[in-house]
Write a protein that binds this ligand. Structure first.
Ligand code: FE
Length: 203
């Protein structure tokens, strides 16, 4: 982070979020409770659009970007900013761990899928549109396969994701409509993380 990108005050929100998230994970291993408590915390984080560092909000002309904002030291969870340029979206994919998606800026649309007994994908019949402040969840237990795209045709959209692992290192899959699948490990777009921990700077 550069000096001209001084979001330390605003980053106190993110610091508070990751601390509270660690408290939740310390208190329970029950995924339903983690998703419920985590959703409330994430809704609080994305209720304000004044803290995401500008360099973690930059779209790429060709593909969506996934910037790591924080990873728990035991890789129990991570926080990522997803930045969609106009017209960008994901292939159909899974997560393999629980995940929370909180809309920060713009609008995002998703379509969910289930796996049939023969391995083919079937539409779960549930699409969703996320507006700023809204949160939704995925996991192998409640439905883990979806595709997501920017619902705004001429501007970037940004959502903040929380996953129950260091998601950029998790081996998972993308799917084709006929049930074909391909292994992928997403990695991250950034090599430097926001400094949440300089408490000397006040908002
Ligand atoms: Fe996803």
């Amino acid at each position: 982070m550069t000096g001209s990108d001084d979001h330390t005050g605003g980053l106190a929100r993110l610091r508070g979020f990751v601390t509270a998230m660690a408290d939740v994970l310390e208190s329970t291993a029950d995924e339903a409770v983690i998703l419920q408590s985590g959703s409330a915390l994430l809704a609080g984080l994305v209720a304000h659009d004044d803290w995401l560092p500008a360099d973690c909000a930059v779209p790429h002309p060709d593909r969506y970007q996934q910037y790591l904002l924080h990873c728990d030291s035991r890789e129990r969870f991570c926080v990522v900013s997803f930045v969609w340029g106009p017209g960008q979206g994901t292939p159909i994919h899974d997560h393999r761990v629980w995940g929370l998606i909180g809309m920060l800026r713009g609008r995002e649309q998703a379509e969910r899928y289930d796996l049939a007994a023969d391995g083919r994908l079937i539409s779960a019949g549930t699409g969703s549109v996320l507006e700023p402040g809204m949160v939704e969840a995925v996991s192998p237990r409640i439905g883990d396969i979806h595709r997501v795209w920017n619902a705004i045709a001429d501007a970037p959209s940004i959502s903040i994701h929380v996953y129950g692992a260091n998601i950029g290192a998790v081996e998972r899959a993308t799917y084709t409509a006929d049930g074909g699948r391909k292994r992928f490990i997403s990695g991250y777009a950034n090599t430097q993380l926001p400094n949440l921990w300089d408490r000397s700077v006040r908002a």
